[in-house]
Design a protein around this ligand. Structure first.
Ligand SMILES: [Zn+2]
Length: 115
């Protein structure tokens, strides 16, 4: 997505200081913008749509909290701007469905659907 605006949050300062991530990270987890391009197989979004990407970037669906349905307490939760790059940039790559299962913190998420 092409970023139009990104909220400012106190945890962005933590990211900038390297306190919230083990690697350099682009802060910003309240992102608004426009879809620039979509990955292969993505049908729910089209270029030109206005979109927002929030703080919650997904859960692993395997840990004890997730198995109880408590995804917000996931032990391996993905957080935009903390475990994945955020919106203090011109462009942001985001999963088409941020609630889907994925591994975070291992680089930018793939724009293509994953099993
Ligand atoms: Zn979990």
């Amino acid at each position: 997505m092409r970023v139009a605006a990104c909220g400012v949050c106190h945890s962005g300062a933590m990211t900038e200081e390297g306190l919230a991530s083990s690697c350099p990270r682009v802060p910003g987890h309240e992102v608004a913008g426009v879809v620039e391009a979509v990955g292969e197989g993505v049908t729910q979004w089209t270029p030109g749509q206005r979109v927002g990407v929030g703080w919650f970037g997904g859960a692993d669906h395997t840990c004890d909290p997730c198995r109880r349905g408590d995804f917000i307490s996931c032990l391996n939760m993905c957080i935009t701007g903390l475990t994945d790059d955020g919106g203090y940039a011109d462009y942001l790559v985001s999963p088409a469905d941020p609630a889907r299962r994925r591994q975070c913190g291992a680089g930018p998420p793939s724009p293509t659907p994953q099993p």
